[in-house]
Design a protein. Structure first.
Lengths: 145, 323
């Protein structure tokens, strides 16, 4: 189940790129889910823990991954923190939903991310309501951000 | 600061060409589109100039600010372009709004948040796009587009259904009075939302009705994301008309006999000092008030002058937005 807190959440890690730079472990990059997310969002191929082949930037390190992918990897690997997922574009939404298929995922959003029409299972923590499609989500979230 | 600012920035891997037209520009969009690359290139140049390896061509100096001492840093710069990354939590704060208004810099903000404290235009919300098939060349592309009648263009716009049950204005004074007078004898019910922030709530309470919204595009940036998402859930319900402002419509319509108006409207950037006007609709109001003072067509924000609601004049104004 995906749980979202909309709006200001002081305990959430806001600047996810800086946090990622200082806490990521090389082993995070080569995990199967990270490899898939990097391929889909950044269109890049993981060659090793410290080398990624980007069609736009050439050979890069994990620090040059997009802000969205860094946040996705943090959500997957660092389960002791809540992250500001407004650093993720809409092209990251399906991966957030996928991670939440088999476990509880909590994120903070400060904008109306597009999760598609649904169906999905999302808990809006501000109100405690469960929503299952984009209309129900908009009804809950639009007044919060 | 006034005028269009042109920027070209490149290194061996990426290049960006874009123009800034107003004091506040917002950049958002999908992950991996190039936003961080652009910000980091400006940041490298800002710290190490030519020794960064970045080539930059800009009509004004470019700087980045991210640190906790951002208020002091902003005060250091004049006539500059300042870039803020999405890691800057304070972008949505009142303190940030106070700090950048009445300054003579232009600001580029990388964020997906709706910044309700800032009066930015829907025309200055961009995403990074590639130029052609090149993987190196990038530009900034409008996220929201308007048609020739200033109606918001998107896949939910109801081009075939022009029925209007309710016309709602952001304005509660002159603008509202103008449209109410124009549609007094018609079946169209004219109402005021009272403010731009109330429009979403107003739409949400009138689902299923044919609604025509008139708001000031010049400062509607913080609202536009919510409104377009509402349209996606309620297609065929609404037309959103976002000309710069009501006063801009009056100036554009030609009902005021003054030769200088057209020149100003062709390139308002060159007339609007960012330090004096935090958004363009405030400039257009003052401009209209100034040029009409003491004339039969004197304009005040508080009450509409019957000169504008006279049939021949109102038809010119309504024609601009296809009403």
């Amino acid at each position: 189940m995906l749980s979202i807190y909309y709006g200001d959440m002081p305990e959430a890690i806001y600047d996810t790129a800086t946090y990622f730079k200082n806490v990521y472990k090389p082993s995070w990059i080569t995990s199967p889910l990270s490899v898939e997310m990097i391929k889909d969002v950044d269109k890049s191929k993981v060659l090793g823990a410290n080398v990624i082949d980007s069609p736009y930037l050439g050979m890069i390190t994990p620090l040059e991954l997009s802000g969205g992918v860094k946040t996705l990897i943090l959500i997957d690997k660092d389960r002791s923190h809540i992250f500001n997922a407004s650093t993720c574009g809409d092209n990251c939404a399906k991966w957030i939903l996928k991670m939440a298929e088999n476990r509880k995922v909590v994120i903070n959003l400060r904008h109306l991310m597009d999760f598609g029409k649904g169906p999905f299972n999302i808990m809006v923590l501000n109100s405690g309501k469960k929503v299952h499609n984009s209309l129900e989500l908009l009804d809950e979230a639009a007044y919060l951000v | 600061m006034k005028g269009i600012q042109k920027i070209h920035i490149e290194n061996t891997k990426a290049s960006f060409d874009f123009e800034l037209h107003r004091n506040i520009t917002v950049v958002r969009g999908n992950s991996a589109s190039g936003k961080s690359t652009l910000y980091n290139m400006v940041d490298d140049y800002s710290r190490r100039a030519e020794q960064s390896g970045i080539k930059i061509s800009s009509t004004r100096p470019c700087h980045t600010i991210l640190g906790l001492d951002w208020e002091s840093e902003i005060k250091q710069y004049q006539n500059s372009i300042i870039f803020f990354d999405e890691g800057a939590k304070y972008l949505s704060s009142k303190a940030f709004s106070r700090a950048i208004q009445q300054t003579d810099n232009y600001y580029v903000l990388f964020t997906r948040e709706n910044l309700f404290e800032l009066p930015y235009s829907i025309n200055e919300i961009y995403e990074v796009a590639m130029v052609g098939r090149s993987r190196k060349k990038h530009c900034l592309k409008h996220v929201y587009e308007l048609d020739q009648h200033y109606w918001l263009k998107n896949r939910f716009s109801r081009a075939d259904n022009k029925t209007i049950d309710i016309l709602i204005t952001e304005d509660s004074k002159s603008g509202y009075e103008f449209f109410r007078a124009c549609f007094d004898q018609s079946k169209i019910n004219c109402e005021s939302a009272g403010s731009k922030t109330s429009i979403y709530e107003w739409l949400d309470k009138h689902v299923g009705e044919n609604i025509f919204v008139i708001a000031d595009g010049a400062a509607f940036g913080p609202e536009i994301d919510g409104i377009t998402k509402w349209q996606a859930e309620h297609p065929e319900c609404s037309i959103i008309c976002l000309s710069e402002s009501f006063e801009w419509l009056l100036l554009k319509s030609g009902v005021i006999p003054n030769d200088s108006i057209n020149e100003m409207l062709q390139h308002p950037e060159d007339f609007i000092e960012s330090k004096e006007f935090s958004s363009w609709e405030r400039f257009f109001t003052k401009y209209l008030e100034d040029i009409s003072k003491g004339k039969p067509y004197e304009y005040t924000k508080k009450k509409i002058n019957p000169y504008y609601t006279a049939k021949a004049n109102s038809e010119k104004v309504l024609g601009l937005i296809a009403l």
